[in-house]
Ligand binder design. Structure first.
Ligand SMILES: *Cc1c(COP(=O)(O)O)cnc(C)c1O
Length: 410
């Protein structure tokens, strides 16, 4: 009998009991706004920031309303102005160019490599051609580029590095937490990321001026002294009247849900790693399918899994996705001509006036993507790999093509 998978690709683990208790306490006292505190009370939000700063070894941390907000805030805080070009990898998610657009910046896309990281040679070409002085680097799907080479290139070209760590919270490169190589980093706590408060984001930096600007931008009114993982009040003196309030604060309810999850992050990274490696082992040496090599310097978070079907026609990939879907395995494809649910591609972001990137087009045309929630067991992952492997071999041998777009549930 043909095996089928019956689990849900979008079902995350529940909020830990400790988070539920803490959230109930906030609801019972009713002080949800981060600056609404009783005498001598330290807000959950301020504690959360302190704890994430400690976890990553950063001096300053600001919790905000979303990952997208964190990126926009970080860009503004490093001085991006309307009309400025901002470099970014072309293989990323819609909120990344969206954050650049939110500050009036102009995205300049950089090619992706076969290993799904930014192409450093093309980065240099695009930096020279555009004159951009800021790179918003998305560690898309958790693939980390050679960070020493990247930082050296940015230093040499006077480029400020802003890291999007939506998929690398908890990951490291040569033991350094992802987000600690650039001037400032943004994280997301949206439901599908590594800690879950529905929505949420962090801005992380060692730079007191960037931190002070981010705090003011996020909507601190004149209550910045209530922050704990922020620079001292002197850092705000010169800028507090010149920095607009663009409200995007985190609230105490979400902070309460998140604090216990930060303590679970290392354990989650280990569990995601086991699931990732189970999938990888199950798909090894499948004719027609290329796995993405993972560099030894990287501790990645296997919250999603990608593989390439190099040189497959669109019709064959559609046939594969339909056959896997029929057996309960939900795959996403970065090669679809139109965006589907969360999956879109640089040339779909028309407002950014994208210029064709042939290397990225070739790679994304064969790129398949899958969520791996922690509710999957290792047996689930082994089963999913068996299904994909069997269908890749079957479609590869039959030469089957599907002509119509495959609807993908999300
Ligand atoms: C989710 C995500 C973000 C942030 O998204 P929000 O939904 O605004 O929290 C940023 N970059 C990438 C690559 C993402 O996947």
């Amino acid at each position: 009998m043909m095996e089928r998978f019956t689990g849900s690709f979008t079902q995350q683990e529940p909020i830990p009991d400790e988070g539920i208790e803490a959230a109930l306490a906030v609801l019972r006292h009713g002080r949800l706004h981060r600056y609404n505190t009783a005498p001598d009370e330290v807000a959950e939000t301020a504690l959360l920031e302190e704890e994430f700063a400690a976890l990553t070894g950063a001096r300053y941390c600001l919790a905000v309303a979303s990952g997208g907000y964190a990126m926009g805030c970080a860009l503004r805080a490093v001085g991006v102005r309307a009309g400025d070009p901002v470099l970014s990898n072309a293989f990323t998610l819609a909120p990344v160019p969206g954050a650049i657009a939110s500050v009036g910046g102009v995205p300049v896309f950089v090619e992706v490599t076969d290993d799904l990281t930014i192409d450093l040679a093309h980065l240099e070409v695009q930096a020279r051609a555009s004159g951009a002085k800021v790179l918003l680097l998305s560690h898309m799907r958790g693939h980390i580029c050679d960070m020493e080479a990247l930082v050296a290139l940015c230093d040499r070209m006077g480029i400020t590095l802003v890291e999007d760590c939506a998929h690398t919270m908890g990951a490291t490169w040569r033991g350094v937490p992802s987000g600690r190589h650039g001037k400032v980093a943004a994280y997301s706590m949206q439901t599908y990321k590594h800690v879950n408060s529905g929505e949420g984001g962090f801005v992380l930096t060692d730079d007191p001026q960037v931190a002070a600007r981010a705090v003011l931008l996020s909507g601190s009114y004149m209550l910045y002294a209530r922050h704990r993982a922020a620079p001292p009040p002197e850092a705000f003196e010169g800028i507090r009247l010149d920095t607009p309030n663009i409200s995007g604060r985190m609230d105490n309810l979400r902070a309460a849900i998140l604090r216990p999850q930060l303590r679970l992050l290392a354990d989650r990274v280990a569990r995601w790693g086991e699931r990732y490696r189970t999938l990888e082992t199950g798909l090894q040496d499948t004719a027609g399918l290329r796995l993405i090599p993972r560099p030894a310097q990287e501790v990645y978070v296997g919250s999603s899994f990608q593989f390439l079907l190099p040189d497959w026609t669109a019709g064959r990939i559609r046939a594969l996705i339909a056959r896997c879907a029929a057996r309960g395995v939900e795959l996403k494809w970065f090669g679809a001509p139109d965006p589907v649910a969360f999956t879109s591609r640089y040339d779909h972001w028309r407002y950014a006036a994208p210029v064709a990137l042939p290397q990225t087009d070739r790679i994304l045309a064969g790129l398949v993507d899958m969520r791996v929630p922690l509710t999957f067991s290792l047996d689930d992952c082994a089963l999913i790999a068996r299904i994909i492997r069997a269908e890749v071999l079957a479609v590869g041998q039959s030469g089957e093509e599907a002509g119509v777009a495959v609807p993908l549930a999300d």
